[in-house]
Design a binder for this molecule. Structure first.
Ligand code: GLU
Ligand code: MG
Length: 446
């Protein structure tokens, strides 16, 4: 196996290999080895100082080893011939050879193993939205620090001369060269906002793909003098960027366990319990799925992002949506709409699964669907129907995570601790800022 793999790498003309992994916050980390070191790296791994990576190890137990996962080998299409580079995503093991529990990819693998023991494969399809902004050129004169969208397009707009069209086409070609199957791409609602969807896969592959997607989009944008932003709400008053995630459980034979032809919503009991589990844990889930101060500027009524804890068939204002089904019954899925692209996809899919499985294990039943536009509900309507709200701030979400043992257990004690500390510090720093809004509102009046 190693022999034929190394032969393939040689045939591809690869000279450097980037060994990649992500830290707890989802930041991608990479160490490069010359291809001559690859054989050793596959057998013995590559040692590194884990204490320098946020949350990975304490100083007195800092030696960790990267173990390349050869299934993730891909030649980077933008690397020049003669200096061809491939990437391989790695697992991280401790000095004793055991997989490290401080590492997000391992957290997801552990969650998937638990589902596997129950007979389930967790498939997900994340939809990452993003903005393309001008790097230089006309500044926004009123607010020089605010980003400037690079186009004036809107939802599903098409113009053959549109530069965005070209940038998106290049991104798609790069993603396909990286082995991802792109299903569609479109201009999103806000100016400068886009979405490119790739085919669903098992959650581990999809998490690897989501990480790959982000750096590919950033790289192609940069080659056009633009920058891509996955910030959840970069511009006040217009839609933010989500990472809605379509989810389903399959059995070992590849049958979709969410589809029931006889049910009014075409869903099985299992699917309902999965939905109920996610609704029950929604507030704690938000801490991981919408993990920045800015995420909560997106989760407000009026911009197609969820603010309330309910599910519905088509309604885009709900937290969970069951998309319309075409001919393909295996495509039955439930779409969770609170995640945004600032989340770490490994941790995100692990906690989503844990919440869903908790619903299944406890046989939970969700409340009836809410097929009206919940954005128009007032406090009385919400109370009457017992519809809860998502956290209004990162601080509220962190409180919910601190109270939720199921989600903490999915993350494991070490990552829970690192995550809560880092995010409390982020909130603390934000809390003492004096914003433009405050100056405009209070400076002359108070
Ligand atoms: N951009 C919206 C969000 O923040 C979603 C738009 C859509 O439904 O695709 O979730
Ligand atoms: Mg969208």
């Amino acid at each position: 196996m190693a022999g034929s793999f190394l032969k393939q790498v040689e045939q591809d003309g690869v000279q450097f290999v980037s060994l990649q992994f992500t830290d707890v916050m989802g930041t991608i980390k990479s160490v490069t080895i010359p291809v001559g070191r690859l054989e050793d790296a596959l057998t013995e791994g590559v040692w590194f100082d884990g204490s320098s990576i946020q949350g990975f190890a304490r100083i007195y137990e800092s030696d960790l080893v990267l173990m390349p996962d050869v299934d993730t080998y891909r030649v980077l299409p933008w690397s020049a011939p003669g200096r061809r580079r491939a990437r391989i995503i790695c697992d991280v093991h401790g000095a004793g050879g055991e997989p490290s529990l401080h590492v997000p990819r391992q957290v997801l693998k552990r969650a998937l193993a638990r589902a596997g023991a129950m007979g389930y494969t967790f498939n997900v399809g994340p939809e990452l939205e993003f903005f393309l902004f001008k790097r230089e050129g006309e500044p926004n004169n009123d607010h020089p620090t605010r980003p400037v969208p690079h186009d004036v397009g809107g939802y599903f707009d098409f113009s053959p001369r549109d530069e965005a069209q070209q940038v998106r086409s290049e991104i798609i070609l790069a993603l396909e060269a990286l082995g991802m199957q792109v299903e569609s791409s479109h201009h999103e609602v806000a100016t400068g906002q886009h979405e490119i969807d790739f085919r669903y896969a098992d959650a581990l592959t999809s998490a690897d793909n989501a990480v790959t997607f982000k750096y590919t989009v950033r790289g192609v944008a940069a080659s056009h003098g633009l920058y891509a932003s996955f910030m959840p709400k970069p511009i006040f008053g217009v839609n933010g960027s989500g990472m809605h995630t379509h989810q389903s459980l399959f059995d070992e034979e590849g049958t979709n366990l969410f589809y029931d032809d006889d049910d009014e919503h075409k869903l099985t009991r299992l699917a309902y319990s999965f939905i109920a589990g996610q609704l029950e844990h929604a507030r704690a889930l938000s801490a991981v799925l919408a993990p920045t101060v800015n995420s909560y500027k997106r989760l407000t009524p009026g911009y197609e992002a969820p603010a309330y804890i309910c599910w519905a068939q088509l309604n885009r204002s709900s937290l969970i949506r069951v998309p319309a089904l075409g001919m393909e019954t295996s495509a039955t899925r439930v779409e969770l709409r609170c995640p945004d692209p600032s989340t770490n996809p490994y941790l995100a899919f692990a906690v989503m699964l844990a919440a869903g499985l908790d619903g299944i294990e406890r046989n939970l039943v969700p409340p009836p669907p809410v097929n009206e536009d919940v954005y128009h509900f007032d406090q009385c309507d919400l109370e009457e129907r017992a519809i809860g709200t998502l956290p209004g701030t990162l601080a509220e979400a962190l409180d919910a995570l601190e109270d939720d043992e199921v989600i903490q257990e999915a993350l494991g004690p070490s990552i829970t601790d690192t995550f809560l500390r880092a995010k409390r510090a982020e909130w603390g720093e934000y809390r003492i800022q004096v914003t433009d809004w405050e100056l405009e509102r209070y400076l002359m009046g108070a």
